[in-house]
Design a protein. Structure first.
Length: 297
């Protein structure tokens, strides 16, 4: 209210604020996810747009940036709803056309609190290190707050084709590692053997001497069976990477220490050496089961 000719007192470096409506009305917009949002004008303060040193604040800079770039849709987390009411004040004061706003609910952990490091990995590099494939992460994150009918597994291309804000949920989703593990297991089973080998070698350079084994389709088929992550995929390969003779776990040593147990293992080894069928889980299972039944095991 002081007018453009106002000069601050000597020694005072003032900030510049934008005057917002101070009445019983509301600042409102039709949100692309949340529907109609109304913020009472009494709750929108006369916020700072220029600091004392003349630099703009985020609330001013982001509006100018969006306007200059011709941004038509602003899609972000629901924690920015308070910022939107202030940014609308800038748009209106500048007589600029406003973009459409959409606010997605924040992802929560299993305890119902905002997802953070205490819940586990939160950065993409961490998920990669824990053995998750990119397509599994994309699929899971897309499905977390958005749905396309009952589809749970879909490609990135399908997600791009199907996506619409109308399919987004207003409620905060909970990050479920069990569901992510299930998706990741699916994509590991579907992945090319050579690609899986490249991922293992990147995550665990120490397995390089066994690269040929990891690129063997028959070996990969065995490793894929139960692996939910690439860490488990690598752990399943320990049987051919471990130094011989292999160390016997204490729990197993008790059952294998008797002469009868040793004779049984030697007989099984002899059977497998003579086995001429396909060296696959489906091929070996009847052979081993038949042996166990014949021995009364």
């Amino acid at each position: 209210d002081v007018g453009p000719g106002f000069k601050p007192p000597p020694g005072v470096d003032p900030v510049v604020r934008i005057k917002t409506p101070n009445d019983a009305g509301v600042t409102s917009w039709q949100d692309g996810v949340m529907g109609l949002i109304e913020i009472p004008n009494k709750d929108v303060d006369d916020f700072i747009v220029l600091r004392a040193d003349g630099t703009p604040t985020y609330l001013l800079a982001v509006v100018v940036d969006d306007h200059d770039m011709g941004v038509t849709q602003v899609i972000r987390g629901s924690d920015h709803i308070g910022n939107t009411s202030r940014q609308i004040a800038v748009f209106k004061n500048m007589n600029w056309e406003m973009p459409d706003f959409a606010h997605l609910p924040l992802i929560h952990g299993p305890d119902g609190k905002k997802l953070s490091k205490r819940h586990g990995a939160t950065g993409l590099e961490e998920f990669e290190a824990k053995g998750y494939l990119p397509e599994a992460i994309r699929n899971y994150l897309a499905r977390l707050s958005w749905a396309h009918g009952d589809d749970e597994i879909f490609s990135t291309e399908q997600a791009i084709e199907w996506f619409d804000l109308s399919g987004c949920s207003k409620g905060a989703p909970c990050f479920d590692f069990d569901k992510l593990n299930g998706l990741n297991q699916h994509y590991i089973k579907e992945a090319d053997v050579g690609r899986l080998a490249d991922i293992v070698l990147k995550l665990f350079p120490e397995v390089a001497p066994f690269a040929a084994k990891f690129r063997d389709p028959q070996v990969a088929d065995m490793l894929k069976v139960r692996a939910k992550t690439m860490v488990e995929y690598k752990e399943a390969a320990e049987f051919f990477m471990a130094k011989r003779p292999m160390a016997i776990l204490p729990a197993a040593a008790k059952d294998l220490s008797s002469d009868a147990a040793k004779e049984m293992l030697l007989a099984l080894a002899d059977l497998l050496e003579k086995y001429s069928g396909e060296w696959t889980p489906s091929g070996l299972e009847p052979c081993v089961k038949g042996f166990a039944e014949a021995k009364g095991l």
